[in-house]
Design a protein around this ligand. Sequence first.
Ligand SMILES: Nc1ncnc2c1ncn2[C@@H]1O[C@H](COP(=O)(O)OP(=O)(O)OP(=O)(O)O)[C@@H](O)[C@H]1O
Length: 417
Amino acid sequence: MFKVSIFFSEDIEKVLIGNILLENKIFFKVYEKIKCKDFFFKKNQLIFEKIKKLLFSNIKVDPIVLLENINNKKFINIKYINSMINMAYKRRNIKFYTNIIKQKSLQRKFFIFIEKIKNETKKKPFKKIVNIIYKKLDNFFIKEVKSKTLKKKFKEYFNKYKKNYKNILTGYTKLDKLTMGLHRGELVIVAGRPSTGKTAFVINICENISINLINKKNLQSVIFTMEMSSEQILVRLLSSILNINSCKIIKKNIKKEKILKTKKKILKSKIIMDDSSNLTPEKLKIRIKNIINRKKIDVVIIDYLQLMNIDEYKENRTNEVSKISRSLKNIAKEFNISIIAVSQLNRNSEQRYDKIPILSDLRESGSIEQDADLIILMYNNNYNEDETKFIVAKNRNGPTGIFKLKFIKKITKFKNL
Ligand SMILES: Nc1ncnc2c1ncn2[C@@H]1O[C@H](COP(=O)(O)OP(=O)(O)OP(=O)(O)O)[C@@H](O)[C@H]1O
């Protein structure tokens, strides 16, 4: 049996390298997953690195070729190399060995990381400690980028088809027709001037996908609401479900039996609300990760982007917003979720004769235009107060266009026309 300690296993490192020496093509299978620094023992790190250099120069590696290319033969001698071959003989559980080496490497890194944090935060106030941990944890979890062969990507794509893996319908038919629904891995921006109903629109989408079974089953959504409290969001949802003016609910002007009518729907709903302020991309990522550890997330809503910030950011606000929108896109890709972020527009559209918003009106926009996959600009129709126009101004994977929805203000609900 192999000897395995918490932080390393000399036997498993040796048996893996031994296998590579017996059959060079194993190296290319494991190289995607482990690098020379993942080995604990210096000798094994040096040997793995040497094998890599030789194989990348198209030189077949066996024990003799390896030894020839080792500079310090006192440190690594033929006896050591042969011991690897002897251990490897007839053992082929490569995936298992690779996983163990990677796991041990991550555990070592994590303990070093904890030690560093202990030293760095000794004399810092608690708030600073929390910020340092958020930042460092984010760096720690950065995934190694893996390149994929077309063959592998095709298999993944085909599996999605088999599982009937669908895009997420919002319930707004004209929008769904233009965009084919929300897509996982994508960032959607919903922008408009104040009080155009941006919050209402994203909450309505959330209600459709997580309460109203628009996609035949309720999908999981998470609302990060920095502008309104969770209670205010709940009131809007109740008002929409019951078709009762939200003011009446706030004033407690309706019978409690009416509220109880929503109980069944609410119990079956799949919405998580988070109304903490001072959200940074790092905090957002950790919060999403915490939820993903428990359940699959389909859509994340952020209300609104300009209320997010980056800790201790001293540069100008445009660069800060750019960094935030870039992070949101990365988070959507990394967790394979759809992110809808509400955004404010600057006053420019109001100075124009027709008041119709355009992409450059995105306030402090920075790189929002580049980072977003879909940008929806909202504005109120001056001639008909009950109608709101939506301009799909950017659609990375489909056509742009305009559609209208009916806005029933007292219940803050948009309806298909
Ligand atoms: N109970 C109600 N009766 C009538 N109108 C209402 C009621 N509740 C909200 N509204 C109106 O609905 C509109 C939509 O508000 P919402 O908060 O969704 O817009 P917003 O674009 O997100 O605003 P902001 O830019 O302030 O975040 C506002 O004009 C508001 O006055």
